[in-house]
Write a protein that binds this ligand. Sequence first.
Ligand code: PLP
Length: 413
Amino acid sequence: MDLFEKLKKNRGPIGQHAKDSHGYFTFPKLEGEIGTRMNFRGKERLVWSLNNYLGLANHPEVRKADAEAAAKFGLATPMGARMLSGNSNYHEHLEAELTGFMKKEDTILLNYGYQGMVSAIDCLVDRHDVIVYDSESHACIIDGVRLHMGKRFVFPHNDIANCEKQLERATRIVEETGGSILVITEGVFGMSGDMGKLKDIAALKKKYQFRFFVDDAHGFGTMGKTGAGTGEEQGVQDEIDIYFGTFAKSMALIGGFISSREDVVEYLRYNMRSQIFAKSLPLPIVAGALKRLELLRSQPELKENLWKIVHALQDGLKKAGFNIGKTESPVTPVYMNGSIGEATNLIFDLRENYDIFCSMVVYPVVPKGVIILRLIPTAAHSLDDVKYTIDAFNKAYVKLKAGEYMSDRIAAF
Ligand SMILES: Cc1ncc(COP(=O)(O)O)c(C=O)c1O
């Protein structure tokens, strides 16, 4: 069969709904300055779907630093991969700042978080090694594991007894191959909002020999006393051998980093294919990251404001009878039961009649019949925003239970 004909027939799990959803449920356009109020289809909406946790995206000092760096350097500089022609004092300075903040020996910048994770996993292990990882890991971990030529063992989400079982199996294998074990999990799981059991996994080091790699995309800047992440939160920062953070969430930018031991970072610098064979981060991004990191470290009130909103939203939703699962982080999923049709009608009602913009997650990302409305509180939201949203959710929930969202879409968009 012709490849293009095959693609026409099988559009993929989400792509099959593209005709009905494009521009509204998928690929919506949020316009205007990043904030809690943005324009969607010509009308201002209250936005709960951006990972701008600390509200840095539109912070006046950030906007000033971004504009000045763009004017000074342009977006092209530096040209080339860092190994050949794209290195700069700014890149190295940002790495040194992150190293100090993360209390590790060294740091490597990544052009993209996703690619960086995939490539780091690919780079760290060979076919003699075994990877043990959590079943609810982000796609970038799954894709990194896919590239692995050796064995991989998955443990059910946060099931530490099973993780130990997989470590036993892995240990037997590496005793034969002469390889090593890499355990990978997340600091904060981005859908459910619960933390990876970093402390429990780290404790297994007493019995098994492995290195511990944590993807803390959602934890960096939001968790821990200083915002250094979930390792700090659980008191096991030293036990994390390889720490990954992205700039795409709390830092409201693009790119990411890995902090680890000096020799490991040097190994990554000279072996990570996504960094060696790709142009380095433009200087305005690096300068912008330095400013954001400075604010993240020097203005603890940003994180305090975030958590004030998180607590108000999560406590309020719980009090109103909503199921928000096991979240322990700002990520706030609201679980409901209903079909995909009901979910789309519910979202439509929230957007059009209450001007609330949040994201929904349905099958195949979660089991059939489950609807998740995913709210991301930020430091920029207000307690009035929280109250208004909980009231609207209450009204929508009554309609959902009464079957009012069961008809074909309430209105065409
Ligand atoms: C857990 C996790 N890891 C990695 C990434 C990828 O980060 P980036 O957006 O910087 O590519 C994300 C972003 O969605 C994430 O949630």
